[in-house]
Design a protein around this ligand. Structure first.
Ligand code: 5AD
Ligand code: SF4
Length: 461
């Protein structure tokens, strides 16, 4: 097609959207689109949106206001700026987006991005296009392969989608509606993708899915493989030194996956295991399918095999019916588990989900509970980080740091660590002594030069 045109993709929300945005860029690269980091230069703007909370969806409309002005400015210069809305807001609201924001040319859901070139051709001819079907053909079969250069530019830690959609139907959540039924990619496709990433210098892979530990993909032996089996297989691929997976549901944290944290040194001692609430009454109303005691028992089993496991969670405050006692149970759970960090949100009623029809908690109460919960989480996080002070941790260096001569890397627990180190260390794992803890990152000094080996075996906290 025509020479170089500029593509600007902005991702909102979860890691899956980041991954999908990269796949859109890969799909458009052979059609002559180069990615730009500056929206002002773009010929095509794609907003890859999130619908999980009202605030996330509203951000898209405010961003569209800015894009409309850019489109008008481009038109005044005789240029056409094509505007596309992708992702979960697109899936949920479809053509409504074009009615509300006429600057939008294209709307397509999370299952349609491989059809982007066709949709774009229509938009370039001046038409508007909306594609929010859940097609029968799996989008993963049509993935474009990015160039080595594009993969390198994305860094040494990469996401790979292994599973998409969710069958759990928590009563607050839109995911089962926007992303559809649970679907797992076959092992062979995942392996091919990880091997290609490793060949381009990737050292750490995070397997992602909305309910990743429900993974049940077809193995090379024709049988159904679990996530634990998949991790074991991927851990053997050369070049990959570290593995993580997210997001997990407590009910799918089965024995073989727990054992993977003991048996596979490449699986990092870190796990995002959202609990949402510490109250059994609220957990039942949320249709979480487990109790507080079930969750704590799972945490105990994990810590038995991996004593220094860094646990993170998501919490929702002010779900319909949540009393002060229920909320107190959430606060006490936070301290009982001892998290290395967590995300917390005020409940946001989502149209079409059961929670939206229940009697709502007052906004004032939600705000008050959120502040108290965030304080408890901050204290947990500070305590976890303090325990790292003086320890030597393996750090995978990812990119240049804030100051000249500094690099930023990640500890096994996913904490960012700033270290004075040469740029050639990017992509290497080195032992770092932690010397200082700040609110959002840690500082350290090199204790030993990089060694290309799966060095971290879990030292115990
Ligand atoms: N309101 C508030 N938070 C929500 N989440 C999901 N749906 C809602 C909602 N309706 C949070 C949950 C989930 C995280 C990704 O977003 O905590 O784990
Ligand atoms: Fe949403 Fe996660 Fe519940 Fe699925 S398990 S419905 S993605 S919160």
């Amino acid at each position: 097609m025509n020479g170089s045109r500029k593509l600007y993709v902005k991702s909102f929300g979860c890691q899956m959207n980041v991954y999908d945005s990269q796949r859109m860029a890969d799909t458009l690269a052979p059609k002559g689109y180069d990615e730009t980091a500056s929206i002002e230069d773009a010929d095509l703007v794609i907003l890859n949106t999130c619908h999980i909370r009202e605030k996330a969806a509203e951000k898209v409309y405010s961003e569209l206001g800015r894009v409309r002005r850019l489109k008008e400015a481009a038109a005044a210069e005789g240029r056409r700026l094509v505007v596309a809305v992708a992702g979960c807001v697109a899936q949920a609201e479809g053509a409504e987006i074009i009615r509300r924001s006429p600057a939008v040319d294209l709307v397509f859901g999370p299952q349609s991005y491989h059809r982007l070139p066709d949709l774009l051709a229509r938009a370039e001819r001046g038409g508007k296009a909306v594609d929010t079907e859940f097609p029968i053909d799996a989008k993963f079969d049509h993935l474009a392969v990015p160039s080595i250069a594009a993969t390198r530019a994305r860094g040494v830690a990469a996401y790979v989608t292994v599973q998409e959609g969710c069958d759990k139907f928590c009563t607050f959540c839109v995911v089962p509606y926007t992303r559809g039924a649970e679907m797992s990619r076959p092992v062979s496709k995942i392996v091919a993708e990880v091997e290609r990433l490793a060949g381009a210098g990737v050292r750490e892979v995070t397997l992602i899915g909305q309910n990743v530990n429900a993974y049940h993909g077809e193995g090379p032996d024709g049988r159904t493989w679990s996530l634990a089996r998949l991790l074991e297989h991927v851990a053997q691929l050369s070049g990959i030194e570290r593995l993580r997976y997210t997001t997990s549901h407590p009910c799918d944290m089965n024995d073989d996956l727990i054992a993977a944290h003991r048996d596979l040194p490449k699986v990092m001692p870190q796990l995002h295991l959202p609990v949402q609430s510490g109250s059994d009454r609220v957990l039942a109303a949320m249709n979480r399918r487990h109790t507080r005691a079930d969750y704590l028992a799972t945490v105990d089993r994990l810590r038995e095999v991996c004593p220094d496991l860094a646990l993170t969670s998501d919490f929702i405050v002010g779900f319909p019916g949540e009393t002060e006692d229920d909320f107190a149970a959430t606060l006490s759970l936070v301290d009982e588990v001892g998290y290395s960090g967590a995300f917390s949100f005020k409940y946001s009623p989502r149209p079409g989900t059961p929670g939206a029809d229940m009697k709502q908690v007052e906004e004032r109460i939600k705000s008050n509970r959120l502040a108290r919960l965030q304080q408890a989480i901050d204290e947990n996080q500070a305590a976890f980080n303090r325990r790292c002070l003086g320890r030597t941790l393996d750090v995978l260096f990812e990119r240049p740091g804030r100051h000249r001569g500094q690099l930023v890397g990640r500890s096994p627990y996913l904490q960012p660590v700033q270290v004075e180190a040469p740029a050639s260390f990017i992509g290497e794992i080195a032992e770092v002594s932690i010397t200082e803890i700040a609110s959002n990152s840690m500082f350290g000094v090199l204790a030993r030069a990089p060694a290309r080996q799966p060095a971290f075996l879990g030292a115990g906290a």
